[in-house]
Design a protein around this ligand. Sequence first.
Ligand code: MG
Length: 390
Amino acid sequence: MTATVAKVETFIVTVPRDTPYLGPLGPGERVNARGYVVRKGNGTIYPSVDRSLAVRITCSDGSEGWGETYGICAPRATAEIIDDLLVPELLGRDPEDVERIWDDLYGLMRVRGCSSGFHVDAITALDIALWDLRARRHGVPLWRMLGDRQRERVTGYLSGLPAATLEGRVEMARRFQAQGHDAFKIHAVVSSEGIAEEVAALREALGDGALLMVDLHWKFSPEEALALIEHMAVHRPYFVEAPVKPEDVDGLAWLAERSPTPIAAGEEWYTEYEARLRLGPHAVAFIQPEMGHTGITQFLRINRLAEARGVATAPHATIGAGLFLAASLHASVTLPGLWRHEWQHSVFSRSLELLETDMGYADGSYSLPTGPGLGARPGKRFWDHAERVY
Ligand code: MG
């Protein structure tokens, strides 16, 4: 029986935090009047709370789907794009046509330069909700709609050591290692005692067996990044992430060709069109698609490009209410080229509290939510912190 989209609602979920994302404020950092902090390490703005944007789509037969997109900054802008531009063109459409709907909604604004950013975030929320709705109407978990299952669980790696000092971060890493964790990514934007110094200290503390990844947060020119990577090579990082500015496509390829350490990038890419520019002959070794930006349709298309190049996937994890993380896990179990999925421990446990779901993280891997669709729904705490926008 055909059902068509009848109603779309948007919700902003805001959950206070004691310690800002990426750790305590450093010297010269302050929370501004709108509740944001600009990190001195790379000049990027972050909220001092956890915040996300969720949508609920209801079909003509009463079936529902939930989606979510990146909502940490200016979420009302994305909500407005959804309500003012996209919903009127979505009403009456059949969720079975989800990929064509993505192309149609993207096409509304592509010639005006809205080929990324807030516009595509808005499409992403709807895309995930349509895929959820579609899988639920078929009575299957989402992954079944996306491909063959390649694995039971999704292996993770620990990302971020949110302590104020290098000593504190090393101590935190040791504690996680004692619990069985074997892979650690440092966030260079808060490596106030030095990036190479932090990698050296962690290698010494954690031993030869630990995998160490270094997120450089787009801080460097290609030449500076190469010099730093060559300097750190003795400590054998597993990969170095986001070394150069997002716009420096040629610099990324230049570095990927020369770097002694594999390069990872892609958490800020939205579409296959952006990915294709960066997956040429000197492609990075790992791509890191963020489901909260790509949605399911583009996540899969970007991965098909990477697979054809032999590039591995290490999906990104960011602040959210857990719905797009659930979507990322469903897609990840179907990827032949999956390496590991990022585990932002300080974010994931907080999202779980918002949801009714059986997804989890234990013994170094994620367990996939079961049940139809995403296998995750807003729970009581979500509704306690949600504000309906439209
Ligand atoms: Mg990163």
